[in-house]
Design a protein around this ligand. Structure first.
Ligand code: PLP
Length: 449
């Protein structure tokens, strides 16, 4: 049965972010059901979902409370056009989100995935400056190793060549500056105690080019796809300040780090800053449904508010904008945060992850660094601990460790040489043990230790 499902899968399906030839000797794992942190394939083998199914799941698979919220909503309304029409879940969600996001973000625009939320941010920022009489502000600035999604606008802002290089002729011309690189800090400093000296690159680029820059976009505190690179909150404070000075939109891409991932509800809180535009998705629906939000200040909103004939409106939409089921799930997600003391409880879990990593992984000769913020923990493997030289990407170290971990019943999904743990928040101590023990076994097997 598994074989025929896999054969049919490969006959018809093109999987995301994949070289399909890899599937020849490594066919897709067909999942039947999920419960808590575990996924079960059609043969009953279980996998601990240590990456929250690509960073989206918060409260486990097939969560009873969220299932119920969907049931309740689906019996009332599945979807409705969102132009001129509205519904309770979207209204409730917007009010609550405005109340719990950083000060000043008072308006909410809906779309249905992280990349689209970024596209909305780009278009808003660009159009804003066209309409307030600064039409030369047309470009964006972003740092190296950033990731903002795979649609063309979002891809233009991203700094990972692996995803964007071939498309360069299609992409927006973005100012790219060297971002923080704390593990290999060129200033010889530590991220916990530095003064974000590396901000000088951003500072210089903005001082030289601010006349043409509409927005600066950044993943606050953690650059996810770039390898779970954690950096100092001071960098964000400095960016906030210079954006104010030169009338540049600070665009916070909280698609991955929002909803408690970094130990605060939003990563911007670590720096105590408010962005001008903020993008949310992934955890917004606790891993259930595609939904995203782009929040902005009144100042931006007001620049679009005028008679129709001025054509200053924001004429952007998606078919499923403001989907009621997704919105109801997002409201229930916020209820769970309130009722179950999630952020507080995660603090203890994060500590346990740290202790187990220290116990199980630190003695591996290729252990470069363990970095952690909230429910994100990452081990960077290096070829040489002294020089911190990494493994050649062609060796596909992470991919091979991933395959081994699956045999041990854990879904890890390393980014290059970075093995990371980003489990659902409901993980318990025993499950943390399974997760990190499997990482140890898989890494040791790969290196024949
Ligand atoms: C995943 C991600 C996106 C893109 O979201 P999609 O829903 O995959 O389009 C954007 N920004 C960041 C930081 C992300 O991690």
């Amino acid at each position: 049965m598994v074989k025929s499902l896999q054969e049919k899968d490969l006959k018809y399906i093109w999987h995301p972010c994949s070289q399909m030839k890899d599937y020849e000797d490594f066919p897709p794992i067909v999942i039947e059901r999920g419960e808590g942190v575990f996924l079960y394939d059609v043969e009953g083998k279980r996998y601990l979902d240590a990456v929250s199914s690509w960073w989206v799941n918060l409260f486990g698979h097939s969560n009873k409370r969220i299932n119920k919220a969907i049931e309740n909503q689906i019996d009332k309304l599945e979807h409705v056009i969102f132009v001129n029409f509205s519904h309770r879940p979207a209204i409730e969600l917007s009010e609550r989100i405005v109340n719990i996001t950083p000060q000043g973000l008072n308006k909410v625009f809906f779309s249905d995935n992280g990349s689209s939320a970024i596209e909305v941010a780009i278009k808003l920022s660009f159009q804003y400056f066209q309409q307030i009489g600064k039409p030369k502000k047309t470009k964006f600035i972003a740092i190296t190793d950033s990731y903002h999604g795979d649609t063309l606008g979002a891809l233009s802002l991203g700094g990972i060549d692996l995803y964007s290089k071939i498309y360069k002729p299609l992409l927006l011309n973005t100012h790219r500056v060297q971002g923080p690189d704390c593990f290999r800090c060129k200033y010889g400093l530590e991220r916990e105690t530095c003064n974000a000296e590396c901000f000088e690159h951003m500072e210089r680029a903005i001082e030289e080019n601010h006349g043409e820059i509409a927005g600066a976009i950044i993943e606050p505190m953690v650059q996810g796809a770039g390898g779970m690179k954690i950096y100092s909150a001071i960098y964000l404070k400095k960016l906030r300040e210079i954006c104010h000075k030169y009338d540049i939109h600070f665009i916070a891409d909280e698609v991955a780090v929002g909803f408690g991932r970094t130990g605060k509800m939003y990563a911007c809180e670590h720096a105590g800053i408010s962005p001008d535009i903020m993008c949310l998705s992934k955890g917004l629906t606790a891993g259930y449904l595609p939904l995203s939000l782009t929040l902005m200040t009144d100042k931006i909103y007001d620049a679009f508010y005028d008679e129709y004939q001025t054509l200053k409106g924001f004429l952007h939409s998606h078919s499923y904008t403001g989907n009621p089921i997704g919105s109801a799930v997002a409201c229930e997600t916020l209820n769970i945060f309130e009722d179950e003391n999630i952020i507080e409880n995660n603090r203890r879990k994060s500590q346990i992850i740290k202790e187990k990593v220290t116990e199980y992984l630190m003695d591996i000769p290729y252990f470069g660094e363990f970095r952690q913020l909230g429910m994100i923990g990452a081990v960077e493997l290096v070829k040489d601990k002294k020089t911190k030289e990494g493994f050649d990407w062609k060796e596909r170290v992470g991919y091979k460790i991933y395959k081994k971990a699956l045999k041990h019943g854990v879904l890890l999904r390393p980014l290059g040489n970075v093995v990371y743990f980003m489990p659902p928040y409901i993980i318990n101590e025993e499950e943390i043990d399974i997760m990190i023990d499997a990482a140890r076994k898989s890494i040791k097997e790969y290196f024949c230790l």
